[in-house]
Design a binder for this molecule. Structure first.
Ligand code: PLP
Length: 461
């Protein structure tokens, strides 16, 4: 089918074909069959346009990955220029300049000590790579520690949907079904201050949940290969913002118990929390840094797992024992994706993206202050340009709505009608716009979210 034919196909026909042949990720099939999905046709800056010409502000960065806006000429051009040489060539056995340049660039930008880049395609694979490397690392040391087979992760963690990543994940709703297939993982309570698992209060608690991490590491001393965390913000858990000092605390415990630290910055990397990488906020240099979503500015799938010379050194063998890391993906380090990733990083410089962030973060914060006073807004969690608004039935007791009320989904439907595309996490309304959003657009976003929450929750008073 030609582009012209596709462009002239009606919305109704497209929806019919969609319902007949597509299986959407995370979609309730029965609901999908009933609803009329928005058919997005094009984007421009922070806006998306559907087939009927309606405009929407992209309130969740097309699932947390768009950074500098849609249809950025610099990014479009990077792909076209790369197409002038080659679209794809493998990293298995041979190499190419674009992946080389991107690896070098990432190492220059990443926290100190991360000097090696392993490319894959998605956030989940970036995490799989880190888990498998960490596991193999301990078996290949000069004095091997083969008992280190366990991983420690946080409750409500989300690291992607392949089985290894699900193994360290802890979102019941997503992961419970696959329990019998997973390797056992040590679990520490998430530092979720609004609903503290230890029933304590921050900052009086002095981050007592770190003691739980230590207890687990000490109980399983010598058995843990790595600790896996989402630095600063646990995204899919409902935008759980960690208290300051938590990440640094985890890093110290990893050092104390000689355990590797895997920082999953798939969601928080590339400026979302205010610094290029979230780990910078607490001066943490992890043993593995997992990157994906924002790496290509939201243009193409590409992921990277960065690690240290210490780890890489354990994989340098000889003829008898090659110590090879037997892992790879066909499109690892794809040149088109790598080219747009390089241009994406250039835009951080030419747009002064990080310098402009504090004003935007303040504006979002100011906007959300009013919203926090609404009757059914239990908690507004915020870090950088990420916010989660938790809606509750009773603010006093923090009693949640019944899941069948689908409050979060209904608020987002209203927002859609009012011109903002959002996707909730249960009853948490997620705000995660492209970093290129301007101050007026932030006001527009907050106003629509506020109006939508009021429209759905006012009848409940
Ligand atoms: C989205 C996400 C992943 C998975 O990334 P995919 O590209 O969807 O596989 C992993 N970790 C975190 C923290 C994420 O937010």
């Amino acid at each position: 089918m030609s582009r012209r034919e596709l462009d002239s196909t009606s919305v109704e026909t497209l929806r019919d074909w969609d319902r007949s042949h597509l299986w959407h990720p995370f979609a309730n099939q029965a609901e999908w069959d009933r609803d009329d999905p928005v058919v997005i046709d094009r984007g421009d800056g922070v806006y998306l346009y559907d087939r009927l010409g309606n405009r929407y502000l992209d309130g969740v960065s097309s699932l947390w990955c768009n950074v500098h806006g849609h249809r950025r000429s610099e990014l479009d051009r990077a792909i076209v220029e790369q197409l002038g040489s080659i679209a794809h060539s493998t990293l298995l056995g041979i190499t190419h300049p674009t992946a080389i340049a991107l690896a070098k660039r990432l190492v220059e930008l990443a926290p100190e000590g991360l000097t090696r880049v392993f490319f894959s395609d998605d956030g989940a694979t970036a995490v799989e790579v880190a888990l498998k490397m960490a596991f193999q690392y301990w078996r290949q040391l000069e004095s091997p520690e083969p008992k280190r087979t366990k991983f420690l992760a946080l409750s409500n963690a989300y690291h992607g949907d392949t089985l290894g990543a699900v193994g360290v994940g802890g979102v019941e709703r997503f992961h419970a079904t696959f329990g019998p297939l997973l390797f056992p993982t040590l679990r520490a309570p998430a530092p979720f201050c609004y609903r503290c698992p230890l029933s304590l209060e921050h900052p009086k608690c002095a981050i007592a949940c770190l003691n739980e991490v230590e207890r687990s590491l000490s109980e399983h001393d010598g058995e843990v290969a790595a600790v896996v965390v989402e630095p600063l913000v646990q995204g899919a858990a409902g935008m759980i913002v960690h208290p300051p000092g938590y990440l640094g605390g985890i890093a110290s415990l990893c050092k104390k118990y000689n355990v590797l630290l895997i920082a999953d910055e798939v969601a928080v990397g590339f400026g979302r929390t205010g610094t290029l990488f979230a780990c910078e906020a607490e001066g943490v240099s992890p043993d593995f840094l997992c990157l994906a979503k924002g790496l290509t500015g939201g243009y193409l799938p590409l992921a990277a797992t960065l690690t240290t010379e210490r780890v890489r050194g354990a994989f340098v063998g000889d003829e008898i024992n090659p110590k090879t890391f037997y892992h790879g993906h066909t499109y690892s380090g794809n040149p088109l994706a790598a080219a747009v990733a390089l241009a994406n990083l250039d835009l951080f410089g030419s747009d002064e993206t990080l310098d402009k962030l504090p004003a935007k973060i303040d504006r979002l914060g100011a906007g959300l202050e009013g919203l926090a006073r609404l009757d059914h807004v239990g908690d507004v969690r915020r870090r950088g340009l990420i916010a989660g608004i938790e809606l509750v039935l009773d603010k006093e007791t923090k009693t949640p709505f019944s899941a069948s009320d689908r409050i979060g989904a209904r608020v987002c439907l209203v927002a859609r009608r009012l011109g903002v595309l959002l996707r909730p996490l249960g009853d948490v309304i997620v705000i995660m716009p492209p970093l290129s959003i301007d101050l007026e657009q932030i006001d527009e976003l907050v106003a629509v979210v506020s109006d939508s929450i009021i429209e759905i929750t006012r009848p409940l008073l």
